[in-house]
Design a protein around this ligand. Sequence first.
Ligand code: SF4
Length: 375
Amino acid sequence: MNPLLETAALPELAVPPKRVVGRIDRRVGLWHAPAVIAENNFIYKSLSNWAFNVAVGCSHACRFCYVPSVATIKQAAKLAEYGVEDPDVEWGDYVLLRPWDEDKFLASLRSAEHTPRAQLKPDGNRAVIYCSTTDPYQVIRHPDPVRQRELSAHARTLVRRSLELIRDHSTLNVRILTRSPLARADFDLFHSFGRRLVFGMSLPTVRNDLSRVYEPKAPAPSQRLATLRAAKEAGLYVYVAVAPTYPECDEADLRATLAAVAELEPITIFHEPINIRAENVARIEAQARALGVQLKTEVFATRESWQDYAVQALRTVSRLAKELGIEQHLHLWPDKSLGSQALADRMTNPRQYLKRLEHWWHRVSEWPRANSTEK
Ligand code: SF4
């Protein structure tokens, strides 16, 4: 038997060790449902047609993350069995890795592979994203070092074994999206996909202090940039999500971030301004105060103030991308609410404004083609 398969099954993890007790421990462990490829619900993102999510929960704890409010909240009853009382408030504290069931994974892979192309949204590039509701390379934190090692090994197996099966048993593409330098360990595997895999990271800012406020447990932007550079040097096709940028990302910061990104010659640069729910603003403010960072939370005071900020941020990034000669790779993600007639009527040329939004909403992101520069 392939040694990877033996590791992948990890039968001893089905029952948590007896020494692991208490609320915190139960929130980091194994989920009941296995990891499979599933259709995703992206609208106007052009990221993928499917997603492979290794866990329920994410240890990066990003304050703006939409996942707890739209996805894990629906699993609140089940999460309560794992000691999670409030999936939204406790976001970042629970990571429940999905078990590995090779038969179920292969069934989901066959189903995706045989989906008629006419049924697929063209902007998905026939790709599977790793991941859409968690990070494939997050650090698993558990108070028991033995259990932590077991879970970390399991997470690694989930990613590697599933990627090998996609590579060898399908024609699907793969999009890796992470904030973690741990991805470096798999660069060799990524490279073996050739043009079928693109590697990307979220890099909203190059300011480490802002990152500590908004993405408190994620690796620093400087580490992500170093990882992206290493990916480029390793010959991978790289893209960057300059997203979500924050109200505190002034023109100097946006320029510095985009200039650093431009050096990577990415195939696509996604961008969107942050959009956080009112109930999260107080939490972010408290975190910022503790770190001595001044925030511009007035942006979130009303719907109109946020829209004004968002339109301005999108325009600034467009202008800077032109200045830096990377505008052909820019892919903006304007929120659907920016297409309201009331907002358009406040623009100098409402028709042109709405036309631009339609352009971004329907743009198909780049995918390496046969005539791309060979890596
Ligand atoms: S890395 Fe992604 S999934 Fe994880 S908390 Fe941040 S935004 Fe959410």
